[in-house]
Design a protein around this ligand. Sequence first.
Ligand SMILES: [Zn+2]
Length: 432
Amino acid sequence: MKKLFYFACFLLLSFSISQAQIIRCATYELHKQRMENDAQYRAYYANIGQQMHAWQTQSAQERTSGLGTIVIPVVVHVLWNTAEQNISDAQILSEITVLNEDYSGNNGNRTQVPTGFQSRFGNGNINFCMATRTPAGDWTTGIERKQTSTTSYNYGDPTIKDANSGGLNAWDRSKYLNIWVVNLSCCLLGYTEMPGGPANTDGTVILYSAFGRGTGPLIAHYNLGRTATHEIGHWLGLFHVWGDDGCACSGPDYIDDTPNQACCTYGSPAFPVIDGCAHFKDDDSIPGDPVNGIMFMNYLDYSDDASMSMFTVDQVAVMRGYFNAGQFRASILTSNGCATPNGIAEINAATYIDLYPNPANNIVNINFRLPTATVLTVTAFDMLGKKLMTSEVHKTGEQNINLDVSSLQAGLYMLVVNTDQGNIAKHFAITR
Ligand SMILES: [Zn+2]
């Protein structure tokens, strides 16, 4: 624990016992270790400040129009020891919902962004999808589960990501964001490999009780899914807003539109918070920071989930910069991780099939249009590939089928629609 507390923010010690026990993130510690021990990694970061500055000074058009909406296929590896740690599909999907909100500027609490920071609110225009194809091309729910004899994992434990040691291997990082959900040793919420690290450890590791929103064994203050929002910001190259300098006011986050900040923030402070260095001229020279104080509501601070509400425009520029041609995450743009799996041919372009609501409760509506009369077979599978129900109909034109799923348990399912014009598979979730 001594090592863990070495990098913990000093402010940590001044808060209540329950909050002081939490260490939100160990990403910077991992980054520091790589900088010390890995020459290739060190070389990657030698000019990172200049690179990040270049992305932030790109034109607005270059930042957004060229890449459009970025879609990141996600695989979630659940390593569980107790039943509680084997979190539900619904809890996992709730986290994907949070990520899609936070990374597209659609978070419900964006109204909390103080007036003085509203012009800096960044819309990432990044979406996350649960993988539908494994690296081998087979269909998947995007969730892997494995029971482990390890009761809790220390930060950086290599067995988490090694199937031969009881863990679950990373999927090809050029196509997937790997998320391991495990029981981390008290009291760490998560840590991430920043760009430039090894392929077999690429991704983020998150405490099972700080992953998701609204369902499952979530812990107070960290139950709105913002641990993953924060950690994936690291996966896309962002540093902490206070600069990881132990409150010295000198450490950079290399982001122009975040105010200079001494320490990390725990809890849910009232705005504004003027700290010991906020009154100095910011590294960004943007006026107004003394009035607005520090940006404790930034996802790359340590505030409670409910207090976090924004990335900045320049943080978005950096995250998206990593997808530019030749950059570290560029290959994700051509990933087929969320494409139709092998054995499921794309259906005729004149045909569409839509499932709603998703998640569903008792009825899944299957809306479709077929250009010619056809035999349509609808089959639902559970995540282990077990056939649950099937129905055959003869349809043409625009139609709607109501599939009664009231007998199915809450979870993630795959619906495969076979027609004589082709087949298609879609995920749907059931909540209870
Ligand atoms: Zn962090």
